[in-house]
Design a protein around this ligand. Structure first.
Ligand code: ATP
Ligand code: MG
Length: 324
């Protein structure tokens, strides 16, 4: 399959990920432009505090609101979520300070950690950080939303992505335990109230938890459905990047996330007059051969290193043509 065919697939979610600095944001931005220009309504989201989609488009999306990208034929929207600002909002809502961007602090609030078996969950799979929690919150929000045809997620480097992939399982188990505890507590309360004559008022917590669990499962199913979601892996032709991508593939497979594309970015062009360039080119060609054997069943897209940075609409459109 070509990337063009992938884009024609009517995907709800397109996740772009890989090692730090390999071109994830550039690929995500270029694919977003290309999809929007083909008439789809596209939202590109980044939870990277470094505000990289603004830098890539050379525009300002830092308001924390969905912003329409000007200068494109079609409907492209961008959203940069600032984990710190969102963390402050959550702090206000729960009346507790969140000092680091660590989601585990919310989960570890006094009282909650005592829940039966929860500490086992925390040990068996580290809870997500705030940025992954926010990325998944966006996946939940858009999983049932019909406004955007495609949501593109520009993910943070691999380590964060792996924690993002753990979230559905973590939440499913966490909410399951909360539900069990809640049911137990509310039965006990009903008994106490009926014994001592307290007034019975309707508690909606169980319904809320059940609805949250349902939403998590809907989003998880969409992420696992190859006709709805695809994870595009981006790498550069170096052995370090190859090894990291192999580990990423293992995790994607373990979580049943569909992924059939590898973009091999920043391949050195062949220039015999420059010894550095021809040496790099040789090394890259050798590594590309390895990539072809290591990722045999995948579609591999090779893109050259440009002689300048990929920034702004014009460069991004050119980059998207090379990709597609
Ligand atoms: N094919 C290419 N040729 C030349 N420059 C490139 C190419 N692809 C990406 N770049 C440049 O490399 C830099 C890193 O790219 P980008 O920000 O897309 O990577 P990233 O994987 O998103 O990084 P991070 O891990 O920091 O989020 C940028 O300056 C980008 O313009
Ligand atoms: Mg990036």
């Amino acid at each position: 399959m070509t990337l063009k065919e992938l884009l024609d697939m009517d995907l709800k979610f397109l996740l772009v990920g890989g090692k730090g600095g390999v071109g994830k944001t550039s690929v995500a931005s270029a694919l977003a432009i290309s999809l929007a220009e083909e008439g789809r309504r596209v939202l590109i989201i980044s939870t990277d505090p470094a505000h990289s989609i603004s830098d890539s488009f050379d525009k300002d999306f830092s308001s924390g609101e969905v912003t329409k990208v000007k200068g494109i034929k079609g409907d492209l929207f961008a959203l940069e979520i600032n984990p710190e600002a969102a963390g402050e909002e959550i702090s206000k809502a729960i009346g507790q300070p969140i000092e680091s961007n660590d989601f585990s602090r919310i989960v570890g609030m006094p009282g909650i950690a005592e829940l039966q078996g929860l500490s086992e969950d925390m040990q068996s799979m580290p809870p997500p950080g705030m940025d992954e929690a926010l990325s998944f919150a966006k996946i939940l929000e858009y999983a049932e939303d019909e406004f955007y045809d495609t949501v593109i997620l520009d993910t943070a480097p691999t380590g964060h992505t792996l924690r993002l992939l753990n979230i559905p399982e973590f939440l499913d188990s966490f909410l399951g335990r909360m539900l069990k505890m809640k049911t137990f507590l509310s039965n006990a309360m009903t008994m106490v109230k009926s014994l001592f004559g307290g007034k019975q008022e309707k508690d909606r917590t169980v319904e809320t938890l059940e609805a949250m669990k349902e939403k998590v499962l809907i989003a998880r199913d969409q992420l696992m459905d190859p006709s709805k979601s695809q994870f595009v892996k981006v790498m550069i032709p170096t052995m370090m990047s190859i090894f990291e991508t192999e580990r990423l593939v293992e995790e994607l497979n373990r979580h049943l996330i569909p992924h059939s594309f590898v973009v091999v970015n920043m391949v050195n062009p062949n220039n015999m007059e420059c010894q550095y360039c021809s040496q790099r080119y040789k090394e890259h060609m050798k590594n590309i051969n390895y990539i072809k054997s290591a990722f045999q069943n995948e579609d591999i897209v090779v893109v050259e290193a440009y002689d300048r940075e990929i920034r702004g609409l014009k460069m991004l459109k050119q980059f998207s043509e090379s990709l597609i």
